[in-house]
Ligand binder design. Sequence first.
Ligand code: MG
Length: 368
Amino acid sequence: MRGLAPVEPSSIAGVVLHRVAVPLVEQRVAAHGVETVRQSILVEVVGDDGRRGWGECVALARPTYTSEWVDGAWWVLDRFLVPALLAGEVADVVGHPMASAALADARVDLALRRGGESLGGALGSAPLVTSRAVVGLAVDPGSLVDAVSSRLDQGYTAVKLKVAPGTSAAVRRVRERWPDLDLAVDANGSFDPVEHADELRALDDLGLGYIEQPLGADDLVGHRELRRLARTPIALDESITTAGSVLAASACEALDLVNVKPGRVGGVVACTEVLDAMRRRGLSGFCGGMYELAIGRAASLAVAAHPDLCAQPSDLGPSASYVERDLADPHVLRPDGTIAIPTGEGIGRDPTPERLAELTVEVSEHPR
Ligand code: MG
């Protein structure tokens, strides 16, 4: 392992930002309306040797997961992060880890390609990682059972259900149908520890692998109290933004598991700092997903298969489950519910030029 040093600004000839809109398999209905495309940003770092490195910004179209969103990330990359990099300066930007991650990961990808090494090789990753199917929010027990059944038919051996207040009866139905299934839930911080105490207790009785982010991102004390009452392990996702937040949550005894997402913490290099903090505190975890396209998912898969994470199923399924045709060769779910880690140089994926041209809605070129 030669490390993950990004390419130096002096060896970069330019940066190109590609804003893309990739049609979804099914339109996504959310509180804010209907979405029919996955909007995303690809960062292309062009080396002075003509080689290219790629990174993907995983921010969603609206700031519903964290405060970042695609329009804001585009602005921050285009106006601040990329110009500062090309000027050889440190960008004076607070926050915006998803925007930063896309540029940082593209620089690491180019460095690895120049060295002829894969990201998985540099991380010491396993060749395969087990995928956990993530099933969207459902109040109706019958439709949730049907959704889980179809995922198991595809080969998945582990399932995560999105939950919110009012859905525990549907989760119970799934547990009754599959008593031995590796089942977990993710609340995205939607529960109030007092108002929804009965429902949290109901979930705790279902023998789940973990309850992810039951309370708000900054409620470490609440998670500590919940963890003292619950038998089910508590995983934190939105609460974990840096290595320091891992140490803080651990010092508060607020978690059992960490959902590690490269995009959320600032990229693959920042991710290794989170993993170092987890190791110091004796914490295990797994890699989560952000509906990445094939570029972002290639990097995340290498992280998911890291020796410290690969014992747990990752949330990384094939992008074909949510976009019709990806920008690059898709990652495929194998019949045994695993996905292979790319073995090519860098992240092991390049956008297909025709697909990139077809799906790009905006380009911003930054020559040196
Ligand atoms: Mg989550």
